[in-house]
Design a protein. Structure first.
Length: 303
């Protein structure tokens, strides 16, 4: 268990540095996502060939894995743009709304419907989001590209989580990662070409940052988190991952002088607290009533 916790902490830190690297604006957002996937694939392939863990999936599972790659690639590209157009803090916290969108999608597409705690947590998270971006944005309906893409990133990631959960029932992790990285690389390469984004001509620093995004923020992070998930409760891992938004905010403040107001800090904590409630299994109101009734029970003298 101790090794799993250490792996989780390191994995969260690996993810948290990603918004800082993107915010350096050394490469366009979509091409940055392309090289993150491509370099990750190139780093993974030698292990796949040596270990021989790749298993050819069924046609249905293979197509769903390809779809996961397209959706995840879209999520990373959209998140990159959200970071570059706003702040690392806002983009990281808004994309952390993905558990809320998972619950909303589950309401329509899954048999296991969200419980009352989910809706309570969702309302609190929305309040936190309003505090985070400011009341005037919602009052004037001034939703800029950074805010819109931050929300869209969370929605796309929720689709990815729902689809990947179904695919991984019949496919091992290495096979799944190989297919998704391959399909996302092809997809993002095509999108980058269509948008006329440059594939070369970057500085040495930019190439180094692109490699770090792939090796640390993609491969290392998700391998460590997968290891932690195998040895810890999934709910604990999910809740712990919410700390990524706060850690990214602190790193942005320390290393790229990103301004953080007290209202943003408070809004971020309210947002994460609301999401935390969605993971709480026991009904909040019933637990409160049980606690209240137990306090009212008379105690017997002399007992």
């Amino acid at each position: 268990m101790k090794k799993a916790r250490i792996a989780l902490v390191i994995g969260i830190f690996c993810i948290s540095i990603f918004p800082i690297l993107v915010k350096l604006n050394l490469t366009p957002g979509v091409i940055s996502a392309f090289y993150r996937m491509l370099f990750s694939l190139l780093l993974l392939l030698p292990y796949v060939l040596i270990s021989k863990q790749f298993k050819l999936p069924s046609l249905k599972a293979g197509l769903l894995a390809v779809l996961c790659g397209v959706v995840f690639g879209s999520d990373v590209a959209v998140w990159n743009i959200a970071i570059q157009e706003s702040t690392a803090t806002q983009a990281s916290l808004l994309t952390n709304l993905s558990p809320v969108w998972v619950g909303v999608l589950a309401l329509f597409f899954l048999k296991d419907k969200p419980k009352i705690n989910f809706w309570i947590g969702t309302m609190i998270a929305i309040v936190g989001m309003i505090l985070l971006v400011g009341f005037t944005v919602f009052k004037n309906l001034d939703f800029d590209l950074g805010f819109s893409f931050g929300i869209l990133s969370g929605v796309l990631y929720s689709f990815y989580m729902l689809i990947s959960k179904e695919v991984l029932k019949t496919m091992n992790v290495i096979s799944f990662m190989t297919i998704t990285l391959f399909s996302s690389s092809i997809y993002l390469g095509g999108v980058s070409y269509a948008l006329n984004e440059p594939f070369s001509g970057f500085s040495n620093t930019a190439w180094f940052v692109l490699f770090i995004q792939a090796a640390v923020c993609q491969l290392a992070a998700w391998l460590l988190i997968s290891f932690a998930t195998q040895h810890m409760r999934a709910t604990r891992v999910s809740v712990s991952l919410l700390g990524q938004g706060i850690l990214a905010s602190v790193l942005a403040w320390l290393f790229i002088d990103e301004a953080i107001s007290l209202q943003m800090v408070f809004g971020g904590f309210v947002l994460l607290f609301g999401i935390r409630i969605t993971f709480y299994e026991k009904p909040i109101f019933s637990a409160f009533r049980n606690r209240k009734s137990s306090l009212k029970k008379p105690t017997l003298k002399g007992a």
